[in-house]
Design a protein around this ligand. Structure first.
Ligand SMILES: NC(=O)c1ccc[n+]([C@@H]2O[C@H](COP(=O)([O-])OP(=O)(O)OC[C@H]3O[C@@H](n4cnc5c(N)ncnc54)[C@H](O)[C@@H]3O)[C@@H](O)[C@H]2O)c1
Length: 373
């Protein structure tokens, strides 16, 4: 595996490296870890990576990797840079035959997303998009229980993703320096809150239910004078079944909240709720039976959930293992082994995410009207 981004002080690159090690399928052999070459090399030394495989830029990386014997060169590259760089790096790498693991939001625009989807199809490559929450065993259990029909008719879907960390940036009270690019349209795109976290909530809805959001009506809030992008918002959602409705609520300014993503799917026979801050508990509510709590590593779970944990029951697993499950699915695909579609989000999920983000921003800009996704 090669990596682009994820150098010293970066947030998610470190989690990707740990995840790739947990699933035992990858070895990090090189990359471009920082825009500053010296820092990139400094990082490589700290990881024990051979400096001959720390590259100045993407063209050099592709050229030199392709010159290596096939069994030595990078088979997959993980892109963990700020949003604006995903597309230029991903496009060049796909054209040259590299499989990818890529961070979300996948691109800056819908047309870039469609271009990547076309390339992945043409080149028959693996593209795993790291909507990390889909890697949790109890999210996979939720998906398969819904597929089995335990909820009856789905009548309402709610997903929320609340954080509070941006308060310290916009009011200048915190010390966090990474992540500030999320407020800059040049690096983040058309949205901060919906692009960074609302899109995870949207993805969880489509992942767990298998349904597509067809229309959105949004009300976004940039919260403070001078802030160019949304930091908070509410999105009403509609599906092809006109009798099914829902809501996505996301915020980066809920003081004190950490990473409060919750998905609830309500049906005629019962409801399921999962939240990432207590990820080993999946709640199943019913009018006729006591509330059930599903937990990982029990024989009562369905196959995909059972395969997504490594420790025996009662040993909590979390975000690293969830991300590792996505890496594991991508490795199966790269190795042409059998895998279930739930094992990693694809370039198509990236296209859906970009359509969601842009529809939500358009709905708000047009005066909070219904917009087709
Ligand atoms: N899946 C998730 O749950 C999740 C969580 C956090 C972040 N993310 C996504 O991951 C991406 C990175 O976010 P982050 O918080 O880690 O950002 P970050 O600012 O902490 O790290 C970005 C890294 O990219 C490097 N970089 C910047 N320009 C570069 C260039 N030209 N060449 C090589 N490296 C370069 C930086 O030096 C840094 O190491 C974003 O797209 C974000 O949306 C996803």
């Amino acid at each position: 595996m090669g990596m682009i981004g994820g150098g010293i002080g970066a947030f998610i690159g470190d989690a990707h490296r740990r995840a790739s090690r947990i699933c035992n399928d990858y070895e990090l052999v090189g990359g471009i870890f920082d825009a500053d070459q010296e820092k990139s090399r400094e990082f490589a030394v700290s990881e024990g990576i051979n400096l001959t495989r720390v590259y100045k830029n993407i063209d050099e990386m592709i050229k030199k990797e392709l010159a290596l014997p096939k069994n030595e060169r990078m088979q997959v590259v993980s892109i963990v840079t700020p949003n604006a760089l995903h597309f230029p790096f991903a496009g060049k790498l796909l054209k040259n035959g590299f499989n990818l693991v890529c961070e979300k939001p996948m691109t800056m625009t819908v047309s870039e997303a469609l271009a990547l989807e076309k390339l992945v199809k043409e080149k028959k490559l693996t593209f795993a998009l790291t909507h990390t929450y889909t890697g949790y065993p109890m999210v996979r259990q939720m998906r398969d229980l819904i597929k089995k029909g335990v909820l009856g008719t789905i009548q309402r879907i709610d997903a929320q993703y609340y954080q509070g960390w941006i308060n310290s940036i916009i009011y200048g009270t915190g010390s966090r320096i990474t992540g500030v690019w999320r407020l800059d349209p040049k690096h983040a795109g058309v949205s901060s809150c919906m692009g960074d976290i609302g899109v995870h909530a949207f993805n969880l809805i489509e992942y767990t239910t298998g349904l597509e959001v067809k229309e959105v009506l949004s009300d976004l809030n940039s919260v403070k004078e001078g802030i160019k992008l949304d930091l908070d918002g509410t999105v009403l959602i509609r599906f092809s079944n006109k009798k099914l409705k829902g809501v996505i609520r996301a915020s980066q300014v809920c003081g004190g909240l950490e990473n409060d993503i919750i998905i609830s799917v309500y049906g005629s026979k019962g409801s399921l709720r999962w939240g990432q801050e207590n990820p080993n508990y999946l709640y199943h509510y019913s009018d006729t039976e006591p509330t059930k709590i599903y937990k990982p590593a029990h024989g009562y779970n369905m196959k995909n959930a059972e395969e997504a944990h490594t420790m025996p029951a009662g040993h909590p697993e979390g975000i690293y293992e969830a991300l590792a499950n996505i890496y594991k699915g991508a490795a199966k695909s790269i190795r042409k082994k059998k895998f279930d579609p739930c094992e990693f989000p694809t370039v198509h999920d990236g296209v859906r995410g970009m359509k969601f983000i842009h529809s939500v921003v358009n709905s708000n800009a047009k005066g909070n009207v219904w917009v087709k996704v």
